[in-house]
Design a protein around this ligand. Structure first.
Ligand SMILES: Nc1ncnc2c1ncn2[C@@H]1O[C@H](COP(=O)(O)OP(=O)(O)OP(=O)(O)O)[C@@H](O)[C@H]1O
Ligand SMILES: O=C(O)c1ccc[n+]([C@@H]2O[C@H](COP(=O)([O-])O)[C@@H](O)[C@H]2O)c1
Length: 219
């Protein structure tokens, strides 16, 4: 049976309650069966300094997603991808029977024009932008926004997204949550030492990528 799946990419450095709350609220709004958190091996636009080890970030995501429709995944490590356009291309190929929508917070829209082949990405699957307090102006004035604007769908159609042909973008209004990983790191700079220890999470280094074909129904 076709599943409706939201993809939320992130550094998750660490995962926090807003990731969970926004994912579940977006899942309700869009009628999603699952939300896959794609824990990034390394955001190409973020400095490596201050980025906790992949294993700790994945472990924090697993803890935060417990007992929910959210599936934290190391898919990008297994695929060997860091650019979203490449990840999405591979996901669509490997899961042809499911429907996918890209989720991102409003703050991310401001940088979207710097992503590799962002227009190609927008043509691959619909995009749902999750409101984030303090970032609505940034999203409105973002460089990518003027191109994306013509593809905006009204919120009254949000549950019909599987019928849209991409590019299509919807701005979801979700209960606001100001939590950020930056704020959490400032309060607890060594958080990853707790998560990094005693974890079975894989580290994102070769030869791990050798197992990339073995993805299964749940990544
Ligand atoms: N409070 C929030 N409200 C809405 N979206 C959010 C929120 N926090 C994170 N997101 C979204 O979740 C995705 C992953 O976010 P990320 O892991 O970078 O967390 P972050 O809190 O933004 O981290 P940092 O402060 O380190 O930049 C991004 O699309 C981001 O916009
Ligand atoms: O594809 C790109 O060029 C690209 C550039 C910057 C960020 N991204 C993706 O954006 C998502 C959010 O990243 P972050 O670090 O803001 O949580 C994550 O999946 C990154 O891989 C993707």
């Amino acid at each position: 049976m076709e599943r409706r799946i939201g993809l939320l990419g992130g550094s998750f450095n660490p995962a926090h309650r807003a990731h969970r709350a926004m994912s579940l609220a977006a899942a309700d709004a869009l009628g999603l069966d699952e939300v896959w958190w794609l824990v990034s091996p390394g955001n190409p636009l973020k400095p490596k300094q201050g980025m906790a080890p992949f294993a700790a970030r994945l472990a924090s995501a697993r803890t935060m997603a417990r007992r929910s429709r959210i599936r934290p995944t190391d898919l990008e490590c297994r695929l060997g991808t860091v650019y979203t356009v490449d990840t999405v291309r591979a996901v669509l190929r490997r899961y042809p029977n499911d429907r996918f929508i890209w989720l991102m917070g409003e703050d991310t829209v401001a940088q979207f024009h710097q992503w590799k082949d962002w227009r190609t990405l927008a043509r691959q699957l619909p995009i749902a932008v999750m409101s984030r307090p303090g970032y609505d102006d940034d999203a409105r004035t973002a460089r990518a926004a003027s191109w994306l604007r013509r593809f905006v769908r009204p919120r009254s159609q949000q549950s019909d997204w599987t019928r849209w042909s991409a590019p299509a973008i919807i701005f979801l209004r979700l209960p606001p949550d100001r939590t950020s990983a930056t704020q959490l790191r400032a309060a607890d700079p060594l958080w990853h030492e707790r998560f990094g220890r005693n974890t079975a999470a894989a580290s994102c280094v070769p030869p791990y990528a050798r197992h990339r074909r073995d993805l299964g129904r749940h990544p």
